[in-house]
Design a protein around this ligand. Structure first.
Ligand code: NAD
Length: 279
């Protein structure tokens, strides 16, 4: 478990990455630029973007303005399934927009519906990793079936799997599958896209601990050894979300949040990776 926002976690092949991140989906322009500078000041070092978010250029400008050294940062982007037709061009586009010559992390954003196409893309990305253009290579929204197929073809597991996880949608079986294979889980929508904060049990727990609902949920992720990547463009929330390292949830409190998981994937806010995206 990490103990502060600067702590790194070790991945399956010995590489390290920050154990806490900053999401930038649906953020753009000046709002995103100043949010990133606030985030850097609060200690966030892992920035989670994607070609799909159309904000890599802003992230690139904020990186330059941050005054931080390249090696202090962990910049992660993602390739969208429609880009699988030419992964070399997609990677170059992201690098160029970000103003970088390598990516700390690069993920297949969704598996997509075409098995051969995603496997060919991953094969290209393995070469790009060997060439040093990508350091940590992973996937996102991969189910066990997708992970297994990748292992069957390449005899290796990805470094990380970024999946939707929050109190109402915990994907416990998939997390167990990943942890048994040393695949680090990154939690997207760690706050349920904002919705998880109004769960009465979370509000009660937060009041008892003199913390905010967001802090209780993010602390739960940290204690479960997942990497949360909360998003906000508001300075006070960015600070609040970074401030989760001075308290602990006890076993009973953790169990209480574990029990909020809804059956039959009812808490999912995103799409089903077996059905979407179709491009
Ligand atoms: P999130 O769970 O981080 O929720 C973000 C929303 O919660 C904000 O827009 C804001 O409304 C609210 N919020 C944040 N902090 C708050 C606070 N302290 N108090 C009150 N409200 C607060 O949802 P997200 O942005 O969808 O997910 C986080 C990141 O995960 C994204 O920005 C993106 O980087 C990544 N992501 C990845 C995928 C994928 O397919 N790989 C999909 C969605 C998101």
């Amino acid at each position: 478990m990490i103990h502060n926002i600067f702590d790194n976690v070790k991945l399956r092949d010995g590489q390290r990455m920050p154990g806490y991140g900053f999401g930038v989906y649906k953020a753009a322009g000046d709002g995103l630029y100043s949010a990133l500078l606030d985030a850097f000041k609060c200690g966030y070092r892992y920035i989670d973007t994607a070609s799909f978010y159309r904000n890599e250029e802003v992230v690139g400008r904020a990186i330059k303005a941050s005054g931080l050294g390249r090696e202090e940062l962990f910049i992660l982007s993602k390739i969208w399934p429609s880009e699988f037709a030419d992964p070399a061009a997609a990677l170059e586009r992201s690098l160029s927009l970000l103003g970088l010559d390598y990516l700390d992390g690069y993920l297949m954003h969704w598996p997509g519906l075409d098995r051969e196409r995603r496997l060919k893309t991953y094969e290209y990305l393995l070469h790009a990793k060997a060439d040093g253009k990508i350091h940590v290579l992973g996937v996102s929204n991969y189910l066990a079936v997708h992970l297994q197929e990748l292992h069957d073809r390449f005899q290796l597991w990805p470094d990380i799997n970024q999946i939707e996880i929050h109190p109402l949608f915990q994907q416990k079986n998939l997390c167990a599958f990943c942890s048994a294979r040393d695949i680090k889980v990154v939690a997207w929508a760690p706050l349920g896209r904002g919705g998880a904060m109004s769960i009465p049990q979370i509000e009660e727990l937060a009041a008892k601990l003199h913390k905010t609902p967001a802090q209780v949920i993010l602390r739960w992720h940290v204690q479960e050894n997942r990497i949360p990547i909360p998003k906000s463009v508001h300075p006070d929330r960015i600070r609040e979300n970074a401030d989760v390292f001075d308290f602990e949830l006890d076993d009973g409190q953790t169990r209480l949040i574990d029990a909020l998981d809804l059956p039959d994937n009812a808490g999912r806010t995103g799409k089903d990776p077996l059905l979407w995206p179709t491009d």
